[in-house]
Design a protein around this ligand. Structure first.
Ligand SMILES: Cc1ncc(COP(=O)(O)O)c(C=O)c1O
Length: 370
């Protein structure tokens, strides 16, 4: 899609035709030519009858890579997470989550609507829970208190800025949770980003978790789909629940074919996205009006605070959009930027330049004047 780019050139504005630089999310990535070719050629069958060979291959490969007994292809990360919440808990229980967690904030209150479960949110500065934060939120085992049913971790943590749990941190929480008789679900929508950032593998990051969800359709660039992993018994139950929720798909091998390429080939290039995110942060951090620290950028997500009372996220997003840069908002003073396959290093530099010009123009026109 072509858009009109407005360049601030002193008092003058020039218009240039260009495609927007889309930093709203890594979900905007388009399937690669190799994925499209694989989709066109995919061998398919009816997956509700368990007869789609490509879906079966994807599930087998995912289980192997994560060293779990079984895996299930689901249409979205939200569905994978919510199936896990439903299977691990009973109505009337609580789920411990970091307070900015996706499961709690961005999945349509499904945990209450589908599972009858209440969130017990905990604040962790960097989004990464530790046992000393989790432990006080576990309900005492008395009959007159709602019981804790599940602990959910998010790796990488989206709204905390792509922060990562190390294998040790995951192990510690899982060991203590299991001692307390509690299961742990990993929302690993971007677990491959975490593995690349830590130079480890996804199995090491998720081994002690009772279930794991990861997305094929974010940084890995598949058009649709996520995977849920766990024990064979858990995945058998998950398959029934997926059907109940309307997620039983038929010739889904067309999607799984792209998913296989996402799984096998795309993790190797995520380090480019991380380098681009770091570069973007370095270019933005000294622009007056923005507050962020490049040293905190670990993966492909930047969370940027807006300073100055007169500018808010909505205004900034609109001005950037008019100039060909798309970013997302978190709240009135915070925006979010993600790097991904479909933004190049050159575009990162151009985006940073547009940020600078937009903010400098605002300063000159006194919106941000001291
Ligand atoms: C951390 C996290 N978990 C889960 C999801 C849900 O994935 P989907 O959009 O496929 O439902 C997202 C989507 O952005 C996410 O960022």
């Amino acid at each position: 899609m072509k858009r009109s780019l407005v360049i601030f050139d002193g008092a003058m504005m020039m218009r240039v035709e260009t495609s927007p630089i889309d930093l709203r999310s890594d979900t905007v990535t388009k399937p690669t030519p190799e994925m499209r070719a694989a989709m066109a050629a995919a061998e398919v069958g009816d997956d509700v009858y368990l007869e789609d060979p490509t879906v079966n291959r994807l599930q087998k490969r995912a289980a192997e890579i994560f060293q779990k007994e079984a895996a299930l292809f689901v249409p979205s990360g939200s569905m994978g997470n919510q199936i896990a919440v439903r299977l691990h808990t009973s109505p009337g229980q609580e789920m411990i989550t970091e307070e900015r967690g996706h499961i709690y904030n961005y999945e349509m209150a499904a945990m209450s609507a589908i599972s009858g479960v209440l969130a017990r949110p905990i604040h962790a500065e960097d989004g990464i829970l530790r046992w000393d934060l989790v432990s006080p939120a576990i309900r005492p085992r008395v009959y007159y208190r709602a019981q804790t049913g599940l602990i959910a971790l998010e790796n990488t943590h989206n709204m905390a800025g792509g922060t990562v749990y190390t294998p040790r941190q995951v192990e510690e929480i899982c060991a203590k949770a299991h001692e307390a008789g509690l299961p742990v679900h990993m929302d690993g929508a971007r677990i491959f980003n975490a593995a690349v950032a830590l130079d480890t593998d996804v199995a090491s990051l998720t081994r002690p978790c009772d279930s794991v969800m990861f997305c094929l359709s974010k940084g890995l660039a598949a058009p649709v789909g996520s995977m849920l992993l766990g024990s064979r018994e858990f995945i058998d139950r998950a398959r029934s629940l997926r059907k109940m929720l309307g997620g039983g798909m038929r010739q889904a091998g067309i999607l799984a074919a792209a998913g296989l390429i996402a799984l096998e080939k795309m993790p190797a290039r995520l380090s480019e996205d991380h380098a681009n995110a770091r570069l973007l942060a370095e270019l933005l951090e000294d622009i007056p009006g923005l507050s962020l620290s490049s040293s905190r950028v670990r993966t492909n997500i930047l969370v940027v605070r807006i300073e100055g009372a007169e500018l808010d996220s909505a205004k900034l997003v609109l001005l950037l959009q008019k100039n060909g840069v798309l970013v997302g908002t978190i709240d009135p003073r915070t925006i979010r930027l993600l790097t991904h396959l479909d933004v190049s290093r050159d575009q990162i530099q151009r985006a940073a330049q547009i940020f600078r010009e937009v903010l400098e123009t605002l300063t000159q026109t006194s919106v941000l004047a001291p």
